[in-house]
Design a binder for this molecule. Structure first.
Ligand code: FES
Length: 417
């Protein structure tokens, strides 16, 4: 089962479904819940399937919870401050009890309200009403959220993403007014997991960082030939950024490996498991590690003897077992037979898919490539739209830092003296 590897340095306390949970101050609430072996945090919107944190980077919905009366808080992007009341959404019963977990037994594949009693007069309508109550995403906040500050700022360059590529681009643009925005709680992205010392140096060289800040969108304001305007949101409020140029370095989404029950709590990306381990949280003691890549290799090396690790090729894994969380796997054996293995976590690595969404908003042409997924088309300098460039994993670069520096220089040249 998950556990912490070190005593907490600066502990704070929060409550999850009425149960006391200790957290390291500032760590993501989702990490604290995993460390406390509370991996089943959420339910899927439609089928009421159990969900747990999978990506730890705001890319899945496995960590959504009601926090202090606010629904659908992404707990992997929310720092623990102490005193938070975290509640599972769409459960029935007091405290930690969820009577709706009965659906895991009665409907092990989820409630398919499209078919369940559909066409049966009276019963079908009743089932729809029950399904609507169970599914969905949260209830409205208990009280109106107070209005927050709104500001506007003109800058030379907005860099989206504080990973290797974004930091290197910002470093190449030193001397200009550059804002680097990222919704992560700490800078460095994947580089911070793979080479923490290099990430520290890159952060120092990058200049102004705006962390825990979401780039909600990029908008063309009707001024042809200009960079898009960006809306940034953080706990402090919203800021309209009017840049002369934009560098998009959002990285990539974790790849998926299709197998049965691949959405169970306890199934995580190798990058997420490595992030938790770097934060002192072991995701399980009987790990099945599927696929190969830099995160899987770094995780295996960092684990040492902390866990029993079974390495599998993606095609060997048939299904994860368990109702509300991973309890084992079924593996394809030679000759077409299968065998069962005990496991408390399944950790998966597959090639990243480009984080293309903001580039598409900015006007980039996006095409599907079978081996990469949807990817923005860039010219030889990384430009995808007027005054918009991409760098790093989103551009398919293998060396994100070098690509970010190259794009940063291209942007500097375009902006001129
Ligand atoms: S979105 Fe939070 S764990 Fe994936």
């Amino acid at each position: 089962m998950p556990r912490r590897l070190h005593p907490l340095r600066d502990p704070v306390e929060l409550r999850h479904d009425g149960v006391r949970v200790l957290a390291e101050r500032g760590e993501p609430i989702a990490a604290a819940l995993v460390a406390a072996d509370r991996v089943g945090i959420a339910r899927s919107a439609k089928l009421h399937r159990p969900r747990g944190p999978c990506c730890l980077r705001g890319g899945c919905d496995g960590c959504l919870a009601r926090v202090d009366g606010v629904p659908n808080v992404m707990t992997c992007r929310t720092p623990a401050r102490g005193g938070e009341v975290v509640e599972t959404q769409h459960k029935a019963g007091p405290g930690g009890l969820d009577l709706l977990r009965a659906t895991d037994f009665v409907f092990p594949r989820g409630i398919d309200h499209h078919r369940l009693f559909a066409g049966t007069r009276g019963v079908g309508k009743l089932v729809q009403q029950v399904a609507r109550h169970i599914a969905g995403l949260g209830r409205l906040p208990e009280r109106a959220v107070p209005a927050r500050a709104v500001g506007r700022r003109d800058v030379d360059v907005l860099v989206v993403g504080a990973g290797a590529a974004g930091l290197a681009a910002a470093s190449a643009l030193r001397g200009r007014e550059v804002v680097v925005a990222d919704d992560a709680l700490v800078a460095g992205g994947s580089l911070a997991l793979l080479d923490p010392a290099a990430a520290e140096r890159a952060v120092l060289a990058a200049g102004e960082l705006s962390l825990a800040t979401t780039v909600v969108g990029l908008f063309r304001d009707g001024r042809g030939g200009h960079a898009p305007v960006a809306l940034l949101a953080s706990a402090a409020g919203a800021t309209e950024i009017v840049p002369r140029a934009v560098v998009l370095a959002p990285g990539g989404h974790d790849g998926v490996v299709p197998f049965g029950n691949d959405d169970l709590p306890g199934v995580l990306s190798a990058r997420a498991a490595l992030a938790l381990l770097r934060g002192g949280v072991l995701v399980g003691e009987r790990l099945v590690l599927v696929g190969d890549g830099r995160f899987a290799r770094a995780l295996a090396a960092a684990l040492g003897g902390l866990a029993r690790v079974t390495r599998l090729a993606p095609e060997e894994l048939v299904t994860a077992r368990g109702l509300s969380r991973v309890t084992g796997v079924v593996v394809r054996a030679p000759g077409g037979a299968t065998r069962r293995l005990d496991a408390d976590a399944v950790v998966v690595e597959a090639p990243l898919a480009p984080g293309f969404e903001l580039a598409a908003q900015a006007g980039a042409v996006v095409r599907f490539a079978p081996e990469r997924g949807y990817a923005p088309e860039a010219d030889a300098h990384g430009r995808v739209a007027p005054w918009v460039w991409i760098a790093g994993a989103v551009a398919g670069a293998t060396d994100s830092a070098a690509d970010g520096a190259r794009v940063g220089r291209a942007v500097a040249a375009a902006l001129g003296g």
